[in-house]
Design a protein around this ligand. Sequence first.
Ligand code: SIN
Length: 483
Amino acid sequence: MIYDYVIVGTGIAGLNAARYIPADKKVLLICKKSPWECNTFFAQGGVACAVDEADIPAHVEDTLNAGVFQNNKEAVQALSEHSLDSIESLINGGMQFDLTNDGELAYTKEAAHSKNRILHADGDATGREMHMFLLKSCPHEVVTDSIVIDLLMQDDICYGVHILQNGKDKIIYSHNTILASGGVGSIYRYHTNSTTIAGDIQGICVEKNIPLKDMEMMQFHPTVFVDSPNARKQLLTEALRGEGAIIEDEEGYGFLKNYHKDAELAPRDVVSRAIFDHSQKNETQIYLSFKKFNKKFFKKRFPNIYKDLKEVGFDLPFERVPISPAFHYSMGGVDVDLNSKVKGYKNLYAIGEIACTGVHGANRLASNSLLEGLVFSKLAVNESLENNFKISKKNYTKEIEYFTLLKNSDKAIKNALRNLMWTKVGIVRSMQNLIDALEEVESYLEENVGRLLFLRLLTAKSIIRSAINRKKSIGAHYIKENL
Ligand code: SIN
């Protein structure tokens, strides 16, 4: 049998794509573990949206400014224009965003936005609420515990995917394949991502020569509580700073004003580097302080952060929390056109964090990622429905390859890779460190590693290669010699 659509990933992009595919189509959504093991589920702050038609130019301008004008302007325009109908369609379907006391949509502010235009849900659990809404309304079949280990590529056509479902090989043919598997978080030592997100599919793309773009553009979130044993570190949403939280050093000195006129609300890359620089120069721990908040407001506006931090011993908003930047989001990814179709391929699409639509440029504007997932999933589905491409199984003549997922030595190399990416391909880079990192990754690739680690290593290699190729600092890619 041949599916009409296979969607790899069940975050906001994959689930929203499923929502737009007619119920009479045969669709399979594949998720690696459980559906909520995705980055959408952990997104706190919100979803950006032009407040009205008149706000579109300002939203576009803010996105370009944050992205240091490396963005694809047409894609940014599409993002903002479609934000209104995308959000309206969710609300009409029953999604509940937080409201003001007057019953109007409550917009908050995040860094580098010139006005309040971030919608949120259950205070600081926007991703979780949107994810639950989309999952409940998903009209198609979802399979769990299924790892995509290969894409069936021949010439310019994708014939489907090879998965390991509960450890068993399965070949799934499909007329259309949509990649919506997220970014690369787990290849970094400190990150805010779901632990299932490890750049596997980007690795397959490297292997199959499917084009990747802007892979050096890795975003580090400035305010993360990293001092916990969990692999996924606790994010402290930018909306906290939007509502008045302050970044300070051990002495209580708010140093960000020395780095950017917008201080706490400067673009994310600037704030992350300022924290890195100030803490190194002054050998000081950095904190997020909430002294401007009263407890009642804090608990209502940020109920989940209040609860999560209480569990690890903090009495918010009275105590400050030690923070560090941590890997958060991959701006680079599979090179796609304005309908999220992979360039050079007939029936392959990439949406959400795995895609590089160009909307984020060199630094993503806060809360544009959930929006990108919504907008480009719909555009991709519309295009594919119009395209109506059909594969024929007999035209796929390649042998199916079989792989060992994990090998004994993987764990040590995986951890070494995470440290290497954090220390040498992180917030502040040097050419020498990048060259050393490339050599090290190449040596790991010569070891007898399992399939998943092999794919991670290919993804890491493509990030490092892109970073080496971009000689000058811009946005999230910051090169400093003599580190
Ligand atoms: C945050 O809540 O600070 C993260 C939002 C985002 O990554 O856009």
